[in-house]
Ligand binder design. Structure first.
Ligand code: SAH
Length: 255
């Protein structure tokens, strides 16, 4: 096998085991072997093995998760593939540009590419776990590809980008002083932020329900490093403490 980038392919709730097998084959053909499934309807399954052909070794080491968060926890860049634009604009790119970015950034940790259900794709909530949304530019009249074929195209673009790329460096973000935060670290920051906002009675009067979604999008765009996440969590801890025990001299009283 030739050298390929550290990419994890994540299939969310696939319903047809044949697609899982075909995806494993598509990956192996392009030199990839890290497949993760989130709540597959049927797996393991003889149909998956049959469609995998000589890629059953990929299926044997495929990991199954109950939650998307767990499948991507250690990843430093998470991309969600989608044929459709969603209501809230999110950083979006096409598969070729994404492949160039992903191969450049797999130094510090794995990159995840997430694929959705055959019937309904990825939910908005699942897409909000992703730094970037990736589209295969198909005919707008019918842009929705078969799941395994979408995996094939993404894997092929990633392979092309890997062979075109400079030799891998130890850090994906060359010249940056800290490692990028993993998906799990950013998720923990967002959960902490939500608790702190609750503790200080923060409310967005205009769009209360969208507040956390907008914060998720902010951090997806910024892609903070580990130290920035740790710093922000330190600030949140102090905010929570101050909310519990207001220091009298600092309390603002309105008369
Ligand atoms: N009917 C669903 C599409 C499901 S296709 C919908 O409208 O959302 C199954 C999966 O294949 C998608 O969730 C996505 O991960 C991938 N896929 C299919 N077509 C794609 C495209 N044009 N660009 C990016 N991903 C695509």
């Amino acid at each position: 096998m030739t050298e390929t980038a550290n990419i994890r392919f994540v299939l969310v709730a696939p319903s047809h085991p044949g697609n899982i097998g075909a995806a494993a084959r598509a990956m192996k053909n392009m030199g990839f072997g890290d497949l993760a499934l989130v709540k597959p309807q049927r797996f393991p399954d003889p149909q998956a093995e049959w469609r995998a052909a000589a890629a059953t070794d990929v299926l044997e080491k495929t990991r199954v998760f109950n939650r998307l968060e767990d499948a991507i926890a250690d990843c430093v860049l998470v991309a969600g593939t989608s044929a459709r634009r969603r209501s809230l604009p999110w950083p979006t790119t096409d598969v070729e540009r994404f492949a160039a970015q992903a191969t450049a950034e797999t130094g510090p940790g794995p990159v995840a590419v997430v694929f959705g259900r055959e019937t309904s794709g990825l939910s908005n909530e699942e897409l909000q776990h992703c730094h970037v949304h990736v589209a295969i530019p198909a005919d707008p009249a019918y842009p929705s590809l078969n799941l395994a074929m979408a995996v094939q195209i993404v894997a092929y673009e990633l392979r092309k980008a890997t062979s075109a790329a400079e030799p891998p460096t130890t850090s994906g973000d060359v010249g940056w002083d800290r490692a990028p935060a993993t998906a799990a670290q950013t998720a923990a920051l967002l959960a902490h932020l939500e608790r702190a906002l609750f503790a200080i009675d923060f409310q967005d009067a205009k769009a209360p329900r969208q507040t956390m979604t907008r914060f998720k999008r902010l951090f997806a765009r910024v892609r903070p490093d580990e130290t920035e996440v740790a710093m922000l969590r330190g600030v949140l801890t102090h905010i929570e403490r101050a909310a519990r025990n207001p220091v009298p001299s600092r309390t603002i009283t309105s008369k």
